[in-house]
Design a protein around this ligand. Structure first.
Ligand SMILES: O=P([O-])(O)O[C@H]1O[C@H](COP(=O)(O)O)[C@@H](O)[C@H](O)[C@H]1O
Ligand SMILES: [Mg+2]
Length: 566
């Protein structure tokens, strides 16, 4: 039988021998010296796997952490995969791999190392000219005809994390079977000393790329449409502010008021507990800035990008809230953008994910446009054929799939601003439009129960519990169908998740409801996505429907938490 302590220590020693980074070497040597079996097991119990958005994990030594050794292996495995595909193809020139990075600790080092490994493997590599938004990298892949792209970022995760988003040709992130094939090449990488890592030989792109991206962002707007909105913007200490600011000015909007303490990239994310606009408190400083700025001239919108600026959060003035502002849910922004695009006569397929509101499908159908539903994550949405608009509840929107085949927090912000300016000109607001949508299509009320855990086994235990004892009634609504998404279906590949379709309750005014439960693929969280659809007769009936919806959603949360034991 293997000794539970000495086995990880053995692996740790072997890892230490070839770790090229003095910092993680020192950290690991200390853990070994201290014989910290628990910490060593956590770091050596496996290897980081591709999740919703590539590799993501805490910085530190060992294969379950993000570090230089893990990055070199990932890059070498990706290079091997790309070279093999090249040899099967007819192209003679080596393919180009574009590499971007955010401003987190180690991001530049990981990006540079990736460029080096690609170069050493006989591919061409190009680094973005500085810490830039993820959508700029996604744009660069298409613009430069690259065979792959890598973005070093942990997006909205805590400061101690980093990550590695991997894209292939076409500019969308990898999905099965490519992820498994690349993972197999990564596993097959031999000793690190054998991986060629030249000190030069790759390109560093210049400002033209960013210029090309900015020019493209403007194309999502209609020429001559109104631009009269005053926006407060926060980049949440990430890399979005300069790019968003340039995009807004170029398009003719007034320069956004930046949230002073959060505009510059800062890897410590000092003013927020989590740099994620979805987390409570993340918008506090932005709202304070908006209240202050409103003293001189009313502010129309507060917009936040997540730290790699592929997400876009929107808040609107709300006299009933203590802060004076209300965050729109991703589902609300998703529906607003869909409506705006329909008005702009967009053609092509609209798509969203199984965990997003079903309202967009109704908007698309009413406009005679095809609609498709995918699994969670833009890696799936980006693959929809003839995609015109893709959105997910996690504040992600793709409004220009031919330019950026991924979510893009900058173009989404521009389009929201254009819509708000048009409405404002007609003396209306984004919330008025949401009300109209509720009356037309029914109130689609959504919420999320998200449980952050220290111990990942709690998540698998919750999933097991739900699988072995599926709930029959939730919030007083009977479960019509309980679907184990791990089984896959004709339209959806298998994924770890459960979907419940709930019957309506005419007395409570509920037409139908739906719940999806899944483990996050980017953070240690169990996520439960709730939707209740309530028909609304007219504007006067809206307030009542909203309050009934809130009751149903709250009951769903409580019953689900009990059923999952979280
Ligand atoms: O980190 P980002 O901004 O790239 O966002 C990433 O994570 C989100 C949450 O994923 P999960 O629910 O698995 O944690 C996904 O919806 C998104 O598509 C993915 O790119
Ligand atoms: Mg992000």
């Amino acid at each position: 039988m293997q000794d539970v302590v000495s086995e990880p220590i053995g692996r740790a020693r072997a890892w230490l021998d070839e770790d090229p980074d003095p910092e993680t070497r020192e950290e690991l040597a200390k853990l070994i010296e201290a014989g910290d079996g628990e910490e060593l097991s956590a770091r050596f119990s496996g290897t980081l796997q591709f999740g919703t958005a590539g590799l993501r994990g805490e910085l530190g030594a060992g294969p379950m952490r993000m570090n230089l050794a893990v990055v070199i292996r990932a890059a070498a495995g990706l290079a091997a995969y790309l070279r093999e595909r090249e040899q099967h193809g007819t192209d003679s020139a080596p393919g180009l791999v574009v590499v971007g990075y955010d401003a987190r600790y180690k991001s530049y080092d990981f990006a540079r190392e990736t460029a080096s490994v690609m170069t050493g493997a006989g591919l061409r590599a190009a680094l973005l000219p500085g810490p830039l938004p993820t959508p700029v990298l996604a744009f660069a892949i298409r613009e430069l005809g690259a065979v792959a792209g890598v973005m070093v970022t942990a997006s909205h995760n805590p400061p101690r994390d980093n990550g590695y988003k991997v894209y292939l040709g076409g500019g969308s992130q990898i999905v099965p079977p490519a992820d498994a094939q690349i993972a197999a090449r990564i596993d097959a990488v031999g000793p690190l000393a054998g991986v060629p890592r030249p000190a030069s030989g790759w390109d560093v792109l210049d400002g033209d790329l960013l210029d090309g991206y900015l020019a493209r962002t403007g194309a999502v707007l209609t020429e001559g449409s109104p631009r009269g909105v005053r926006v407060v913007h926060t980049a949440l200490h990430g890399v979005g502010s300069a790019t968003l600011d340039a995009a807004f000015r170029r398009a003719g909007f007034p320069a956004p008021v930046q949230v002073a303490g959060q505009a510059e990239p800062d890897p410590d994310f000092p003013t927020v507990a989590f740099p994620n606009p979805e987390e409570p408190g993340a918008m506090d400083l932005a709202f304070a800035t908006a209240r202050e700025a409103s003293a001189s001239e009313p502010v129309d919108l507060v917009i936040a990008n997540d730290p790699d600026a592929d997400r876009c959060a929107v808040a609107v003035p709300d006299a009933t809230s203590a802060e004076g502002w209300r965050m729109l849910r991703g589902d609300e922004v998703g529906a607003l953008l869909a409506t705006h695009l329909v008005h702009k006569r967009a053609r092509g397929t609209f798509a969203s994910t199984i965990v997003s509101s079903s309202l967009v499908s109704r908007i698309a159908r009413a406009a005679g446009l095809p609609y498709e539903e995918t699994l969670t994550g833009f890696k799936w949405l980006a693959r929809v054929e003839n995609l015109r608009y893709g959105y997910e509840e996690a504040l992600g929107y793709c409004v220009d799939p031919d330019g950026v085949r991924d979510k893009d927090g900058v173009t989404a912000a521009l389009l929201v601003a254009e819509l708000a300016a048009e409405l404002k000109q007609a003396d209306r607001s984004l919330t008025d439009l949401l009300d109209d949508l509720a009356v037309k299509h029914g109130l689609h009320a959504t919420d999320q129960l998200s449980v952050r855990v220290e111990d990942l086994s709690l998540i698998s235990a919750a999933m097991r519990r739900l699988r072995s004892d599926p709930p029959k009634v939730l919030a007083g609504l009977s479960v019509l169908a309980a679907e184990d998404l791990a089984e896959g279906s004709e339209s959806l590949p298998p994924t770890d998740g459960l979907r419940y379709r709930l019957a309506g309750d005419p007395e409570a005014g509920v037409e139908q409801a739906r719940v999806v439960v899944r483990p996050s693929g980017t953070e240690p969280k169990l996520k439960c996505y709730l939707e209740a659809v309530l028909p609304v007769r007219d504007q006067a009936a809206l307030a009542g429907a909203r309050s009934r919806a809130a009751t149903v959603l709250a009951a769903l949360k409580a019953d689900l938490a009990a059923a999952a034991g979280v």
